[in-house]
Design a protein around this ligand. Structure first.
Ligand code: ZN
Length: 158
């Protein structure tokens, strides 16, 4: 389960609206609770540095940031240092789906390989429709990266 603070939820929604119709990317900072649920207290926007790093189908436009995201490992490390300094961990990442449901694409599955720390790492997707933030969902990469499984997401006022 992912518990999203109202502040983090707001940050994700506004970030997704501001980059529309491109995708936005960010990291989720917080901590794990005893029952393994994740508490996200802060969403940290990072730049979507898509530049063709992930192999795609031939039909894809390699320049487009509308339908893909790329999380730069350097941004990840920088955020990780920032998180630790604040006594938090990176418990997941987020990206937006402009005019598309909050369900992961196969490209997301490819891009998610090797991202984050372990099985509980959350992949949050914020849907944006016609420029307005819509539904949000959290996914876990399971079966050794073969597929995504949705996890419960609750918004909390922390
Ligand atoms: Zn996606």
């Amino acid at each position: 389960m992912l518990k999203l603070s109202a502040d983090a939820a707001e940050t994700i929604a506004r970030h997704a609206e501001s980059t529309y119709p491109d995708e936005c990317v960010g990291l989720l900072l917080g901590h794990l609770e005893d029952d393994d649920s994740k508490v996200v207290t802060r969403a940290l926007a990072v730049e979507n540095r898509w530049a063709g790093q992930v192999s795609l189908a031939e039909t894809d436009n390699a320049e487009s940031r509308r339908d893909r995201f790329y999380l730069d490992p350097r941004d990840y490390l920088r955020a990780d240092r920032e998180a630790r300094a604040a006594g938090m961990d990176i418990v997941g990442c987020y990206h937006s789906h402009p005019d598309y449901p909050a369900t992961p694409s196969d490209r997301d599955r490819v891009g998610a390989q090797g991202v984050g720390g372990g099985t509980g790492f959350a992949f949050v997707i914020q849907s944006v429709r016609e420029g307005r933030a819509a539904e949000v969902a959290s996914w876990l990469l399971v079966a050794e990266g073969e597929r995504f499984e949705q996890e419960d997401l609750v918004k909390e006022y922390l």
